[in-house]
Design a protein around this ligand. Structure first.
Ligand SMILES: C[S@@+](CC[C@H](N)C(=O)[O-])C[C@H]1O[C@@H](n2cnc3c(N)ncnc32)[C@H](O)[C@@H]1O
Length: 346
């Protein structure tokens, strides 16, 4: 799998330092692609964002202070619709939609945010405030999945949040590990509808299918049948889109009962230091007092400025969490897994 992504930014923020270019894996990027990233910056101009605090509606959407409203995505009764036009593949024994097919078929209402077309036309895997990368499966997801097995992380009867879920594979692993409930959050509603939800549905309806079938990348044998009812796993799931602070507020002040999470999983979500404060506060608001966060990340995101040391610094400054690096992966760009818990937790 190729993990070369470039990173388009808002042209209004025109300083060199703000022209981000994200280097993932061991790939190197040419000046030409960087220029391309710069030219596509306008993709951020018509984002459907809500103004940040103190901003007026007219002047809202071009800055990183835009706040994308939170929304819960209900799981439809007709699961066939969810899988319509989807080509499924398998990776690490899990079903997931083929993203190239989504890129070719997803338009109009299905991509009301326009992120599929913007990401394809700008060759960008991140457009800050517009598209935050959830269409792809990023490599630290696999690091965290490996860590679950090595460290024998128990999901049984736990409440779990896959924060910045993209494909949602981490949450799906928790679901298969008999978690009591699993919530998925992504910045983009298109990602939730076109990627996360189909992946969750495909894995739930094929729960129990043979390992051989999945290893052979056979498409899911089962399609949902009318009147069959929701597979058990699906009833444990809720899906949300929106910016972290907004989703946190929706959960905490919504009309459905909410209990804090025993485990929060988050992979490749600390590339942009502008989001650190919101991420930290969201973790602090949503984690149970004795809960654990497992965060997987590159040690440094070249060109973007984010990385594990910078996030650790913020954690120390805020003095809410204790953190430790539980695994370092030294292939290509260095990556790591961090465990976080409240300072006064047991
Ligand atoms: C690079 S993608 C990683 C996706 C997935 N976790 C993976 O490893 O494949 C970063 C994810 O973080 C989420 N994200 C980034 N910034 C966010 C923000 N400010 N508010 C809400 N979600 C955000 C996006 O939804 C996006 O899916």
């Amino acid at each position: 799998m190729d993990f070369r992504f470039n990173f388009a930014v808002d042209e209004n923020e025109n300083s060199e330092a703000d022209t981000h270019f994200l280097l993932l894996g061991s790939a190197k990027h040419s000046q030409e692609s960087m220029e391309k990233g710069r030219k596509t910056a306008d993709a951020g101009a018509d984002c459907s964002l809500r103004p940040g605090v103190g901003q007026h509606q007219e002047e809202a959407p071009r800055t990183k202070h835009c706040v994308k409203a939170a929304k819960e995505h209900l799981i439809p009764e007709d699961l066939n619709k969810v899988l319509e036009n989807k080509v499924m593949e398998t990776i690490s024994d899990l079903y997931h939609v083929n993203v190239s097919v989504v890129e070719m078929t997803c338009s109009g209402d299905a991509d009301s945010e326009g992120i599929v077309s913007k990401s394809v036309s700008s060759h960008s895997d991140l457009i800050p405030g517009v598209y935050e990368g959830g269409l792809k499966i990023w490599e630290c997801t696999f690091d965290l999945m490996n860590y679950f097995s090595e460290a024998k992380i128990e999901f049984s009867n736990k409440t779990v949040l896959d924060l910045g879920c993209g494909a949602g594979l981490l949450g799906i692993v928790a679901l298969k590990g008999k978690a009591e409930k699993v919530h998925f959050q992504d910045y983009n509603s298109t990602v939730i509808e076109e990627i996360t939800l189909p992946n969750v549905v495909a894995n739930c309806i094929n729960e129990g299918s043979s390992k051989e079938d999945r290893k052979a990348s056979k498409p899911p044998a089962k399609r949902p049948k009318k009147g069959e009812g929701s597979p058990e796993g699906l009833n444990k799931c809720r899906l949300f889109s929106g910016e972290w602070s907004e989703v946190s507020q929706l959960l905490l002040s919504g009309n459905k009962p909410f209990s804090k999470y025993d485990i929060i999983l988050t992979s490749e979500t600390i590339y942009n230091p502008d989001y650190y404060s919101a991420l930290h506060d969201t973790l602090a608001q949503l984690l149970d007092k004795n809960g654990r966060v497992y965060l997987a990340s590159k040690v440094h995101y070249f060109g973007v400025g984010g990385g594990i040391y910078l996030f650790e610094k913020l954690i120390e400054e805020r003095n809410v969490f204790k953190s430790r690096i539980v695994k370092t992966i030294d292939e290509g760009l260095q990556r790591c897994i961090m465990e976080m818990a409240f300072k006064d937790s047991s």
